[in-house]
Every structure is written in C-alpha cells, then in structure tokens.
Ligand binder design. Structure first.
Ligand SMILES: Cc1cc2nc3c(=O)[nH]c(=O)nc-3n(C[C@H](O)[C@H](O)[C@H](O)COP(=O)(O)O)c2cc1C
Length: 390
C-alpha cells in the first residue's frame, strides 16, 4: 500500500511520525506532504529520514511532473493526519491554495481525514458542517477521541490512538466502511466475583477479542458501545465503554443498553458461578471450603426482549463443540455462534468456526483476533441488512 501522509499545523503533528513508522513496519510505503504550518511542529528533515522518501511541501518548484497530479497517481490512499479545522474547511469549499489542498482537489482515490483540535474548534458548527459536506462527498473521517487536550482540558478533539488510525486506514483501503447507522453493543473481558476483599473467582479471558471487535466496528463507521469487565489488553479510547466487574453488574449494564442496539455481540467471559457467601474481611481459616452458586445466564435473560436484533454469542468448548454450540444457539436465541477452544483464551491469535442456524460451520483458520473480528462482521452484514429493512 502506498500512503500519501498529509500533515497539518496541529500540536499532534509529531504523532504522524510514529504513524509513518508503524505504517512502514506493516509494509506500506509512505510519502509525507507537509503544510507550511506543519513545519512549525515537525521538520521536513525528520520526515525525509523516517520515510526514506522526498518530502513534499512546495507547490511552485521545478520538478519532472506537476506535483499535485503525480502524487495523486503514485498513492493508493491519502491520509491527512492530523487534519486541522483549516484544511477541513478549505477542502469542504474546494479551495486549493497550497500543495496539500490542491492535491486533495485532484485526488481520485480514497481520502481519510484524522482531525485533531481543541474541543471548541471541533464542536464549532461551521467545522461540523464542513465535516458533513466532505462525508457527503465520500471523504472518510476518523473522529477525534475524548481525552486530555493540548490546552490541558478534557474533551473531544484528541488525535485518535495510532493503533486505531492504522486499522482505519486498512478499513478504508479495503473498502470496508459500510456499517453506518448501525448500533453495536459488545460485551467483553472477564467478570470476577469476590471471595473476600482481596480474592476473586475469575477466568483468564484477556478481553482482546472484544477490543478488536469494537475497533473494527468503529473503523467501519458503525456506532459502538462496550460493556467490559476486567481485561489484560488496551481498550480503544475512541469507544464509549461501561466498565463492570461482576456478572450482576454486567447484567445491569446490558439491560440498560440492549434497547439501543441493532446487534449484540456477547464476547465476554461471564463467570458461570459465584461464591454462595463472600466474606467482608480477609479469610484466614486453615481449611476453607468454597460453595458456589450459578450466575444468571446473561444472554438468555437479555434475548427474551430480542425482537429484530441480531445476536452473536461465543462458545468455548473443548469437547462435542458443534453439538454444544448448536444447543447454545437454540436455547439462547442466537443468530450466530463463534465456536472456539480454550487455546484462544489470553492469546492474540484464534482458530474458530462461525455457526449459522442453517448450513455448515464456516471454518476460520488460525488468524489474529482483529481478522476474526472483521470476519464476524462480514458474516453478520447480510442478516443485519435484512432485519433493518423490515
Ligand atoms: C501551538 C499551536 C497549535 C495548534 N494546534 C491546532 C490543532 O491541533 N488543530 C487545529 O485545527 N489547528 C491548530 N492550530 C492552528 C493551525 O495551526 C492554523 O489554523 C493553521 O493556519 C493551519 O494551517 P494548515 O491547515 O495549513 O496546516 C494550532 C496553532 C498553534 C499556534
């Protein structure tokens, strides 16, 4: 993949260097295009050294071809990251008064804007209108995330995480951004139940599958909310996430959010059991016996109000996998079951099969959880489209 990386005059410009480095690490070729303002924040020399390519900044200098046209021919995708309010405004109005804005005008392949600015600028009605105009013309956006801004205030406007930008670039490049107007609710991570103030009953789920599902939905333009227990992975900061600990807390958050979603993906490893009695002080008994009782089945509970929603469940089985997964599908009213084994728990890779109510299981050979997340979404798409039509 050949990436033309446009950098504008934002305090986040230095992050574009890391973005370029990681793009190259994934096998992409990168060429930098800097605005005049961007050069107050990063130098052409750093960009050239990192990209091992000429850096483009001036429009009116002698070269073999016309720069804004040859750059457009060379690249597969134009990523403007960070994009300022200024470039968004110029692009929305069709202004070409420097190399970056003129290249945008002549660019015929996908363009992705990754804005970064203060919340006041991002919320500005004119900026939002410009974003809408550009979206309407088929330009892609990765919305800024919420967090600490350059001003020190907390708000929306932050440059998204590099990991999410990389994944968004791939989603745009592969033409997988069609989840607009669809609401996804994803549960993930592990629940834990207290034995005493310091000890818990839990499992080894890392939460990575849910993190990748949320990232994939976000990068493919879906609306996504997460309900997430304990995890051992980085969660996407761009997504609205409710953190929970026990199965009961997850149940509460699920009932609160289920009505909002078109599709629920239950990737959480909810503990089947909890201690019958917890202790409010640390247990010191020489011999200690734990009596467990069953937790409620969250999926069964929530799918009583399923209506037209698509529900995907996970089934981790080491024996009689297909039979048990089919039983789960029926008893929990699932549309899809992602069947996997204990080797996937805590790992970055997964081997799985996707079961539908009819037909043979779709076997997904060992792959990353990011790849499987996208595969699950691809499988759900026709069903979602059918249900939304009704
Ligand atoms: C220190 C500093 C930080 C800035 N950060 C941002 C920013 O994050 N986002 C933004 O839209 N504008 C920011 N600006 C304003 C832009 O640099 C200014 O609008 C400029 O004209 C943008 O030019 P360009 O779009 O051609 O790069 C910042 C300005 C300064 C002085």
């Amino acid at each position: 993949m050949k990436v033309l990386l446009g950098v504008c005059g934002s305090i986040a410009a230095y992050k574009s260097l890391e973005l370029a480095r990681l793009l190259q690490k994934q096998g992409a070729e990168v060429r930098f295009l800097l605005t005049k303002s961007a050069q107050h924040f990063v130098t052409p020399l750093t960009c050239q050294t990192l990209s091992k390519n000429e850096v483009y900044e001036e429009q009116f200098v002698l070269t073999k071809g016309i720069k804004h046209l040859t750059l457009s021919e060379w690249s597969d995708i134009f990523v403007v990251a960070p994009a300022t309010a200024n470039i968004v405004g110029k692009a929305a109005c069709g202004i070409g008064d420097d190399l970056l804005s003129t290249t945008l005008l002549s660019f015929t392949k996908p363009v992705l804007f990754v804005p970064a600015m203060d919340q006041g600028m991002w919320d500005n009605a004119i900026v939002q209108k410009n974003v809408m105009i550009l979206r309407g013309h088929g330009f892609h956006f990765l919305e800024p995330s919420v967090g600490v801004l350059a001003s020190g205030k907390i708000g929306r406007g932050r440059f998204p995480s590099i990991e999410t930008i990389l994944k968004k670039i791939v989603a745009v490049f592969e033409g997988r951004c069609s989840l607009n107007n669809t609401n996804f609710l994803v549960t993930g991570g592990r629940t834990e139940e207290d034995l005493d103030p310091v000890r818990v009953v839990t499992n080894r789920s890392s939460g990575l599958m849910a993190a990748e599902l949320m990232r994939a939905i976000y990068c493919r333009n879906g609306n996504v909310r997460g309900i997430i227990g304990e995890v051992a992975c980085t969660l996407p900061e761009e997504v609205e996430i409710t953190r929970v600990r026990t199965a009961n807390e997850m149940s509460g958050a699920l009932s609160k959010n289920f009505g909002w979603c078109d599709c629920l993906i239950m990737a959480a490893a909810v503990g089947d059991y909890r201690p019958k009695r917890g202790s409010s002080t640390k247990i010191h008994d020489a011999a200690y016996r734990v009596d467990l009782e069953k937790n409620v089945d969250l999926t069964k509970e929530v799918t009583r109000q399923k209506a037209g929603r698509v529900v995907v469940g996970f089934s981790l089985e080491d024996k009689n996998q297909v039979q048990r997964a089919r039983e789960k599908m029926k008893s929990k009213r699932l549309d899809y079951v992602v069947m996997n084994s204990s080797s996937a728990v805590g790992d970055t890779r997964i081997r799985a099969s996707i079961l539908k109510p009819k037909g043979k299981p779709i076997v997904c050979e060992e792959q990353t959880k990011w790849q499987l997340a996208n595969r699950i979404l691809d499988e759900c798409l026709p069903q979602l489209a059918r249900r939304k039509k009704k």
